[in-house]
Design a protein around this ligand. Structure first.
Ligand code: R5P
Length: 283
């Protein structure tokens, strides 16, 4: 097995290759003066794995080009650590595309199987026309939280939709967990608090699949502090941190913000490489 990293997933690809004892193949990425992208990869007729997150439209095109450049591969697996466009997984308004479907169909051409990591909705996997598997790194987040040796920790999901994920993170570390509930007090006022638990005196970790603008977490953090939380931390799989998201969380008094390396940034505090390696070994 040989690994090729797309331009924005090179560190994760290198870590995965190291764990697997696999060769990391190099690829060239640049753009033409008109902005079109150029990719070149020495892709032999072997068992190849491309690791590449879709963090913007260019990285999607880059992945499509990389897949095409690997046409000689005996077998080609694609790992998409962060799959941008996956959140538009249904038509919210008439006339909209199902962007997750469009992207999945395009990427399915030329590959034999695909892996995602904590995909926004598992139904997105059904849009690939090759075998598709989702890998959860809840255990890695749990390990990270444990490494901080928190006193009296409480794992919270920011909403009911993320409750199962928070439960998974908590169960690996033997932590207590709950999810936040938003109660509208008036046209302008909402109260956000854990549904069943009391945050008073607890070291709270809000965990989510994605932190994007950080708006959800910043509001929740302020209220948890008012409710007596000793410390509020945030951890997620995919740190998108758009529109000043990271700064917004810091300004809200969140003591630490951690993400995995599915999107490589200064916030990448734990890695998805072990989980990807285990899935690739198990093929
Ligand atoms: C939504 O379904 C996701 O799980 C996240 O909760 C959401 O993307 C977070 O967005 P933001 O950081 O912009 O509040």
């Amino acid at each position: 097995m040989k690994i090729i990293g797309a331009e924005h997933s090179l560190v994760l690809a290198a870590k995965t290759a190291h764990i697997l004892g696999a060769e990391l193949l190099s690829a060239e990425f640049r753009s033409f003066p008109d902005g079109e992208l150029y990719v070149r990869a020495d892709a032999p007729a072997e068992d190849l794995v491309i690791i590449g997150s879709i963090t913007n439209s260019d990285s999607l095109i880059q992945l499509l080009l990389l897949i095409d450049a690997c046409e000689e591969a005996d077998s080609l697996s694609l790992v998409i650590p962060y799959m941008g466009y996956a959140r538009q997984d249904k038509k919210f308004r008439p006339g909209e595309p199902i962007s997750a479907r469009a992207v999945a169909l395009a990427l399915s051409q030329g590959i034999d199987r695909v892996y995602t990591i904590n995909i926004h909705e598992n139904t997105v996997l059904d849009h690939f026309v090759v075998p598709a598997e989702n890998i959860s790194i809840a255990e890695r987040i749990s390990d990270y939280i444990r490494s901080m040796k928190p006193g009296n920790p409480l794992i919270l999901a920011p909403d009911e939709g993320a409750a199962d994920f928070a439960s998974d993170v908590a169960s690996f570390g033997g932590f207590e967990h709950d999810h936040l509930q938003k109660i509208r007090l008036s046209g302008t006022e909402v109260n956000i608090a854990p549904k069943n638990m009391d945050a008073n005196g607890r070291t709270v970790f809000i965990v989510d699949d994605i932190i994007s603008t950080g708006g959800t977490l910043a509001t929740a953090a302020g209220m948890l502090k008012e409710q007596g939380a000793a410390e509020v931390h945030a951890a997620c799989v995919h740190g998108v941190f758009t529109n000043g998201g990271y700064a917004r969380l810091a300004a809200a008094g969140i003591k630490s913000v951690a993400a995995s390396d599915t999107i490589e940034s200064g916030a990448s505090s734990f890695s998805a490489a072990e989980s990807i390696s285990a899935a690739l070994r198990g093929r």
